[in-house]
Each structure stands twice: as structure tokens, then as C-alpha cells.
Design a protein around this ligand. Sequence first.
Ligand code: ACO
Length: 325
Amino acid sequence: MANARISGLGAYVPEKVYDNAYMESIVDTSDEWIIRRTGIEKRHISADDEYTTDMGTKAAEAALKDAGISAEEIDMIIFATVTPDYFTPSCACVVQGRIGAKNAMAIDYNAACSSFVVGLIMAQQFISSGAYKNVLVISADALSKATDYKDRATCVLFGDAAGAAVVTATDEPGIISFDMGADGTGAGSITSLAFRNDTEELEKRIGGKKETIWMAGQAVMKFAVKAMADSSQRALDKAGLTYDDIALVVPHQANYRIVDSAIKRMGISEDKVILTIQKYGNTSASCIPVALCEAVETGKVKKGDKIVLVGFGGGLTYAACVLQM
Ligand code: ACO
């Protein structure tokens, strides 16, 4: 049982919506600019008293239900977020307690928007080593709580959501190959401050709150296109596959233009890609599981299909994997 496959998927998106008309009412922007430059029409926003762990718990419960296993069968929970409820306890421990996964070790990790793919890869390592049978991978972010709503260059982009997957030991094919990496020389391209006192960083934030996300949009865009296309290609090469073998590519949904340029570099057409950016905006690491859930629910992906998941994010980081559903 050396293979690891996704045996269950879950997603959660909060009810409240900020559409582009609302964004026009709070910053100097327009529906036309946002759609032309990003592809985003609306984003879902957590309630004031709804936090990352609340959304993560809902996605985790849905993934467990989909996998048809109980929480007690989970050996490990790995939770990715850049907007944790607390520095300690970890979001993973909070969710572990809530869902009753009493046999699971629980830890948080952070590869920003690449985290869901990184999480699947880490789960695969624990499973293929024989250490664990079921690993619950959760990605959740309440980005709205870390958004500077005075900064039009970022606030139109972000939304809130959660996604989760149960990764299970199996004899069947599952995660076939992966590629991942980081470029810390780009660490300053996307920032959100914790304890560090950094006057220069603080001055970039129009709203003045240090935990809000600041981004060098153009630099990130340039990194993202190359990182996603090249990482996917390396993962495909390791699997001995080409895009002809792939039913669907699920990219991180940061900006329609990034996805569009990346798929041109990959040499594939848009019908091989799922896009959810118009409905949810950039919800950080949960973009990929939310889109994958939708692909399964709408029949875009069926059991046995080979797919590519590919993300990039703060750090800077990137990760891709080829897997069979
Ligand atoms: N409405 C109207 N005008 C705007 C807005 C807005 N919402 N935002 C910026 N502008 C203006 C700028 O001020 C600038 O005006 P100027 O020419 O007068 O100076 C002009 O539009 C062009 O700005 P650019 O920054 O060059 O616009 P660009 O085409 O690069 O789009 C964007 C900006 C959407 C942020 C883009 O760079 C992007 O998507 N970058 C990548 C973001 C990303 O992928 N982030 C991922 C990580 S996020 C995370 O980890 C949680």
C-alpha cells in the first residue's frame, strides 16, 4: 500500500458576498478595471465572528463525509493558512478537537497559496513511508481579515474560503509525481507582518495595519506564470506524461491573466483548465481544493482521470503534482 490517493474532498465558502459594485463603493476602482485586469466578479467574505478554523472545520467535515471515514481514523491533520486564528494553538489542533480526530497529530504549515499542493505531497510522504494511513490536508484562509480595504491594488483580489482532502494509503494509483520549490529572494514580494517591527513595511500599508497583506503585483505576476508552467512541466516529466494524458489542470486562481499566460506557456487550451476566480477571487491555498471540488461535482473530472494541480504563492513558493483521481 505504498500509494496515496485523494479519497475525499470538501470545500466551504462563506455566504456574504462583496461584488465589484461594492468594491467601487469603497475604493477608487471600477467593475470594468477589475474584470479586465483580474477576471474577478465577486468574492465571498467570512462573517465578523467567523474565522479560519470555522471554515476549515466545515471543509474537513465535508472531506471526511466524502471519504466515508470517521474522524478517529485520521492519523494526522496538516493545516495551511496565512490567517491563523491564533499563533498558538495551531488551527490544526483546534480543528482536531472540534471534529474529534483524537488519534491524529495536528500541525500548521505555511507555503502561502502553494500550500494545498505542498500538503498533498507531505501527506503522500507520510503514507508512502508506511507511517500513516489517512492524512487530512486542510487549507483555509480568512483573507478578508488581513486585507487593507484602503488599498485598491489588493483589496479587489481577495476572498475567503476553505478546502480539504483526505489522503489515504491505497494499492491504486494516486499522487504520481510532484515538483516544488521556493525562491526566498522574492520574500519581500508578498508580505504580512507578525512581530517584526519594520517601518518600511508598515509605511506601505495605506490602512496602517501591519498584519494586512501588501504585494508587489507585477513582480508576483511575472514569477507566477513561469513558476506554474515550469513546475507543472517538471511534474509531468517525472511522471513520464504529457498534457495529452491530462484531463484537467487546476491552477491557483490569483488572476485570470496569470492563468491565461501560464496555459499559453504550457501550450494547452482553456477547456483543459478550471476557472473559479470570477466567483471567489483569490482565496489563497483553498483556491485549488475549492476548484477541484467543483470539477468533481460538475463532472469535469471523473474517477481514473489524471490531473495536474499547480500553485504559487508568498515566500515565494510553487508546487505542482500529477495525480490520478
Ligand atoms: N482599480 C483601478 N485601478 C487600479 C486598481 C484597481 N483596483 N489597482 C491598481 N490600479 C491602478 C494602479 O494604481 C496603476 O495606476 P497608475 O498607472 O496610475 O500608477 C494601474 O492600475 C496599473 O497598476 P499595475 O499594478 O501595473 O496593474 P496590473 O496590471 O499589474 O494589475 C494586479 C495589478 C491585479 C494586482 C496584478 O499585478 C496581479 O494580479 N498580480 C499578482 C497577484 C497575485 O498573484 N498574488 C498572489 C499572491 S496573494 C497571496 O499570497 C494571498
